[in-house]
Design a protein around this ligand. Structure first.
Ligand SMILES: [Zn+2]
Length: 254
């Protein structure tokens, strides 16, 4: 890969403040992209970024603010008890119940994204994993799971624990009758997996409504997963989207 590409593992921060700002900028951009892709549904949905210093705290969108309006300065910091410790606005109870347990169960996870996007929730109603029918969906081959239960809006951390358990070591989990949840070692990665998983749900719904999709065989699906589904590939795929949204909506960095 050419040297000009700034790989995440090479990214060095001079201070924890600098790393925190970097994460918050990616997070605000992630919300603007969720809005641009139409993933908003009223006040539902959340993306979280673990604080680089206080590892049991995470940054998240303020409850009730449109994804398309979120700026870096609007993000709120929530502690392990669900208390907002930075910012004036409240946290969505479901964001805390789900994401606090995912971050606790997966120390490798820096960010997690969830929204009630139309194709993700439509696919989730089928209660099963995606098939390897395109190159792109192979990113999730043997790397996503189904939370095969639905018990109303998730406000109990015990339910969040069960979701984290269903996620396991995967990069994504389909919450039955609800929607998608993706995770990553960077905000970039978690947001990209959400975008491409949503589109993969759309692709399978389209293909299977038109006929019987041909499946990629297991060996090729695994090979392709290792190519398009790596942490680096997820991070890298987000970079042009970040550049585009910052150019279009520079106020997100405020
Ligand atoms: Zn939800």
């Amino acid at each position: 890969m050419p040297e000009i590409v700034k790989l995440p593992q090479n990214m060095k921060f001079d201070s924890v403040e600098e790393e925190r700002l970097h994460r918050k900028q990616r997070l605000a951009a992630g919300f603007r992209l969720f809005s641009k892709f139409g993933f908003d549904e009223g006040v539902a949905g959340h993306i979280t970024a673990r604080d680089p210093e206080r590892l049991d705290h995470f940054w998240v969108n303020p409850f009730g603010m449109h994804f398309g309006h979120i700026r870096v300065s609007d993000l709120i910091l929530v502690n392990h008890e669900g208390t907002v410790v930075e910012g004036e606005m409240p946290v969505n109870g479901a964001a805390f119940a789900i994401h606090s347990q995912v971050h606790a169960a997966r120390p490798d996870v820096v960010a997690a994204g969830h929204a009630h996007s139309i194709y993700g929730k439509s696919w989730s109603a089928l209660g099963r994993t995606l098939d390897p029918i395109t190159q792109d969906v192979c990113a999730f081959y043997e790397d996503h799971a189904v939370f095969d239960d639905y018990t109303g809006v998730v406000l109990d951390i015990e339910e969040g624990k069960r979701i984290a358990h269903a996620l396991g070591e995967n990069k994504a989990v389909i919450l039955r009758n609800h929607g998608l949840l993706t995770v990553g070692r960077s905000v970039d990665e978690a947001v990209w997996w959400f975008i491409t998983m949503e589109r993969s749900c759309q692709a399978q719904l389209l293909a299977s409504s038109a006929g019987e999709p041909v499946l990629i065989d297991a060996e090729m699906a695994r090979l392709t997963r290792n190519q398009v589904g790596s942490h680096l590939a997820g991070w890298f795929s987000f970079q042009p989207l970040f550049d585009r949204i910052v150019r279009e909506q520079p106020d997100l960095l405020d």
